[in-house]
Design a protein around this ligand. Structure first.
Ligand code: ATP
Ligand code: MG
Ligand code: MG
Ligand code: MG
Length: 571
């Protein structure tokens, strides 16, 4: 591609409307233009970069067996009324009417339409699992559109929806998407982490946000430098700290416990089947989606042997659950017991108990700092306030990590993607069911998975830039290489430049030939601003077969032969 023929314009000065680097640079490098608040035009190089990201996303999604379809961006209100989100979603939902006064919305996310498709098509367990996705414009009438593509009102999202017969199936689908997302963001060179997250308006209750660490990000992340644990600190509606006035100041005693019990032993004790019982127990305080037993489960037991699961933390790999029973201790009729017998994570749940419906409960037992040791007569607020993180959403920097107990640090990040275990929230409200082997019907078990394609592009620029412009990673660069032709009118230079251009193009390198009638300084500045990874300068030594070779991310300029330059750029 010859720059002299390309519809292309760059800007020297920072645009007044932009405050963060990616926004400024994307405008200045001619990748995007503003149409109205939160609405952007993608110009040629910007659109190429978007398609690079989409292609990476497609490859990773297809690699996990997901299949691409395409839905209308406009959805009828009836679908959203079925799930109730028409009434709950709030002003971010961009509502429109057709000429007959019928209500529609511009899709901010597509759970309803995908569930409706599955409802129409999936009848049997034999059709499961299924994972469908699309890459499409989404619309959210954001309260404060800002930072260019980071928070716009029209943006491109890849959204995927998985359908499974049961929770195990969903777990597998979720893990596949988790891996796909990890690959996607790794391939773009982002410094990111999957962090435990809140589920927001999407629903369900198991979720990870994929967050690219960045000072300009709007997500507050708590991260453990020691073990890598990370979570968003979005607050969920919580319970106020309990009044401590009437808490008896009992001495804190260390007590040897009679031993630990496995979950099997507990179920045995309660006369329940393991899987069923966990479900049954969870139903008492949480809903079905919380049935994750890949973390640790804390329970407390009343004297009457009623057990409530109160806290489940994913990603903790604790081989056994430790539970204690009131009748094995001397703690009276209402006793809390908290599971976990390695490390400090037991204290954690003292607060969970307090946060749960059991506020006001006293004389809890907090599990072992040392194996098989428990503290009794524990009162949260008196004994353990702010000590170990209970619920990451209420935690602060300096609190100790719920996994390894080391201090957490606070950092900012850009939410580039999010994955959710939805469970049956949508399939139940919309009646999307399938028949199992025995012809019994069940609601589909769903997951949903989003990547903000255009936001991710901005996150890449946010990470990869310097004072002169963008420094594209190869995987996302609109073009891999620019050839700066110093004097387009010089025949030798022109010939050498074209030779390189044609050879690179033939080898599949996406190359631009800057043959514009401009001063070389302008061309260098544009090359830096636009950030092409490789720059080959064809100047006065072209007659001797020599050119300059420079990588955007390095300062060094090498003088090499035309052939060497082609070889290097191709490799
Ligand atoms: P945020 O917390 O930033 O408002 P969200 O949690 O509302 O984002 P989701 O509903 O999880 O967003 O949507 C999936 C993905 O879509 C997000 O992870 C993000 O990458 C992208 N996204 C969401 N809102 C916007 C927006 N206004 N502009 C650009 N991308 C967005
Ligand atoms: Mg949002
Ligand atoms: Mg969010
Ligand atoms: Mg989100």
């Amino acid at each position: 591609m010859r720059l002299s023929k390309m519809y292309f314009k760059t800007f020297r000065d920072d645009p007044a409307e932009a405050v963060i680097p990616s926004h400024k640079l994307m405008l200045r490098a001619g990748l995007i233009r503003r149409e109205a608040s939160g609405l952007y035009i993608f110009m040629q190089p910007g659109w190429r970069a978007v398609r690079k990201i989409e292609e990476i996303v497609r490859e990773e999604m297809d690699g996990k067996g997901a299949q691409e379809i395409h839905m209308p961006a406009i959805m009828p209100a009836e679908l959203w009324q079925e799930t109730g989100r028409w009434y709950e979603y709030g002003p971010e939902l961009w509502r429109i009417q057709d000429r007959h006064g019928r209500d529609f919305c511009l899709g901010p996310t597509h759970e309803e339409t995908f569930t409706a498709i599955a409802r129409a098509d999936i009848t049997s367990y034999k059709q499961l699992p299924a994972n469908l996705y699309q890459i499409q414009m989404k619309y959210r009438d954001e309260d404060r559109p800002r930072f260019g593509l980071l928070r716009s009102r029209e943006f491109i999202m890849k959204d995927a929806y998985s359908f499974d017969a049961d929770r195990e199936g969903l777990d597998k689908s979720y893990d596949d998407m988790y891996d796909a997302y990890t690959n996607v963001f790794t391939r773009m060179g982002l410094d990111f982490a999957p962090v435990e997250a809140d589920t927001g308006a999407i629903g369900g209750n198991n979720s990870h946000e994929f967050t690219a660490f960045s000072e300009v990000g709007e997500s507050d992340i708590l991260r453990c430098p020691a073990c890598g644990y990370a979570a968003t600190d979005e607050k969920t509606p919580g319970v106020d700290d309990p009044a401590q006035d009437d808490v008896a100041m009992l001495p804190l005693e260390k007590k040897e416990t009679p031993g630990t019990k496995t979950i099997e032993a507990v179920c045995d004790f309660l006369g329940l089947d393991k899987k069923q019982s966990i479900k049954a127990l969870l139903f008492q305080t949480l809903d079905e989606e919380t049935l994750e037993v890949n973390g640790y489960v804390a329970a407390f037991v009343r004297g009457d042997r009623e057990v409530n699961m109160i806290k489940i933390v994913n990603a903790l790999d604790i081989p056994e659950f430790c539970l204690e029973f009131a009748d094995e201790s001397k703690m009276g009729p209402v006793t809390g017991a908290v599971g976990g017998f390695t490390g400090p994570m037991h204290l954690h749940d003292c607060k969970s108990i307090v946060d749960s419906e059991l506020v006001g409960m006293k004389n809890m037992c907090a599990g072992a700092c040392e194996k098989d040791c428990h503290y009794i007569n524990v009162n949260y607020g008196r004994d353990y306030e702010g000590d170990i993180v209970t619920d990451i959403k209420t935690a602060q920097a300096g609190d100790r990590c719920p996994v390894c107990g080391k201090p957490l640090t606070a950092t900012k990040g850009i939410e580039v993607g999010q994955i959710f275990k939805l469970g049956t929230k949508y399939s139940e409200s919309m009646g999307a069911v399938f028949a199992d082997e025995n012809q019994e019907t069940h609601p589909l078990v769903m997951g949903c998975y989003g990547i903000g394609v255009t936001r991710t592009l901005a996150a890449v620029v946010e990470k990869y830039h310097d004072e002169n412009g963008i420094v594209w990673p190869m995987s996302v660069a609109p073009y891999h290489c620019v050839i700066v032709l110093v004097k387009p009118k010089d025949e030798e230079q022109q010939k050498a430049a074209e030779k390189i251009h044609d050879a690179l193009e033939k080898a599949g390198v996406e190359v631009l030939l800057d043959d514009r009638d401009e001063r070389v300084g302008v061309k260098f500045n544009d090359a830096d601003l636009c950030g092409y990874p490789i720059r080959i300068t064809v100047g006065k030594k072209a007659g001797e077969g020599l050119v300059e070779y420079k990588l955007r991310r390095e300062d060094e300029v090498q003088e090499i032969t035309v052939e060497e330059a082609v070889e290097k750029a191709v490799s």
